[in-house]
Design a protein around this ligand. Sequence first.
Ligand code: FAD
Length: 479
Amino acid sequence: MALKTAEQYYQSLKDLHPISYILGQKVENSYDHPLIKHMLAGVARTYALAQDPEGREYLVAESKLIGEEVSRFVKFYESRDDLLAKVRMLKFLAQRIGTCFMRCTGMDAMSAVGIEAHNCDKKHGTNYWERLLNFVKHVQKNDLVVFSGVTDVKGDRSLRPSQQKDPDMYLHVVDKNGDGIVVRGAKIHQTGSLCAHWGLIVPAREMREADKDYAVCFAVPVDAEGVVHIYGRGTLEARELEDVDLGNIEYSKFAPMVIFKDVFVPWDYVFLCGEYEFAGPMVRNFGNYHRHSHGGCKCGVGDVLIGAAAAAAEYNGLPNVSHINAKLVEMIKTCEAMYGCSIAASVEAKPTESGIYMVDPVLSNTSKLYEGKELHEVTRLMIEIAGGMVADVPSDKDFQNPEIGPLLQKYLKGVEGVSTEDRVRLFRLIEKLAFESRDIVSNIHGAGSPETHKMAILRNADIESKKKLAKNLAGIKEE
Ligand SMILES: Cc1cc2nc3c(=O)[nH]c(=O)nc-3n(C[C@H](O)[C@H](O)[C@H](O)COP(=O)(O)OP(=O)(O)OC[C@H]3O[C@@H](n4cnc5c(N)ncnc54)[C@H](O)[C@@H]3O)c2cc1C
């Protein structure tokens, strides 16, 4: 059963019992919680679309590992075509889900870890690559969701992991025996941890010899003993708790904090342990892949923003106004630039010794820089075009009130031929697109802070060779 249906995905969660805390309560079955069900719905939609004739073109791939069709979310990037297909899949899904569907951190981490597991085996004679292949086979055969735990809580940002006053500010190995390792620490902003079956935990930064206990990578079930998920609050969740004023939006994103209270991990699931020189490359690979992913999904969400702005103009009776058209072009320009850079990063990808392809890091990080800065301008333009209604739509309960409902129907009408209800639905969508904190902040900090994107560009752009080009043309001769 390498491809699950949405129903089978929901069923598979019944076997999991993660410890979770939501708004101060320890929750026995988080999957039924009103805040979690909208998150699960987005993931379930990815399963449903893999069964759909149009969706399967984007979502289904052939696995060499198990010789079966698998979800593209659990496949290594083994060619430029795989990378192109990933970006196209993410755009396709984001256009239909309108927010994060929480399966790409694990997908990106698998290939990021794979490259360095292979390199580490070559240098140290370890067998991490084989272990990872076995884990990925299991994930593929069962069509599982994997979240990726990269970001540590980090304490004092100016200090290295081994220099922190509290040694648990970065996740680390606290014990080891013949059977496995014991880890302690906390990973924060873990997109979809409570929608996933497993976590793939990756070091968050480069490490030195003194930090070698922190150079650890492993896979862990979401309900392993000692793993605790703590839900982080978002801006629009009161609507979900009351189950009202959601408009037509079924989907949401979340990113809990995951605490590891001395969690035992068997060796079979350990893919790096102490070989500190591979920690930096592992997280850098992850960053390059994940910024490449954003170019697909954020362009897809951007298409929804553009469509919502254009529809709002139409509903306001302004279907073809020159300043609005100019703004729509600006919005399209930014979204296509993000997408184009991710497409180009796939075309310029290079194979590594593991057989996994690495995207062009300058292009993938350039895509993310556009997102971090310019996507907010796209949101701003959407609000500018839509008008102030985005901020103040009365509640569905007001529309249902017999005294004021008919008045709202009358006064909130826009152009003839469009119902007030449709106009209100559209404004609710725009409100969600503009103000959902997890989406807005992930545009900036998702896949690393903007400074890390700039560092990756500088590290890979080979400024020295560009200086030579300029000096040659200027006729400057150097020894
Ligand atoms: C919605 C959302 C979803 C996310 N999903 C995931 C996920 O699924 N998995 C995951 O692992 N992570 C995830 N992240 C985490 C994300 O990668 C981090 O937020 C990002 O790496 C920044 O880390 P931070 O938030 O700790 O900020 P900080 O690292 O504290 O950065 C704050 C500022 O300080 C600067 N800074 C930090 N350290 C230094 C230094 N030493 N010297 C100089 N300047 C410094 C940064 O450039 C930045 O401007 C997610 C984040 C968000 C917001």
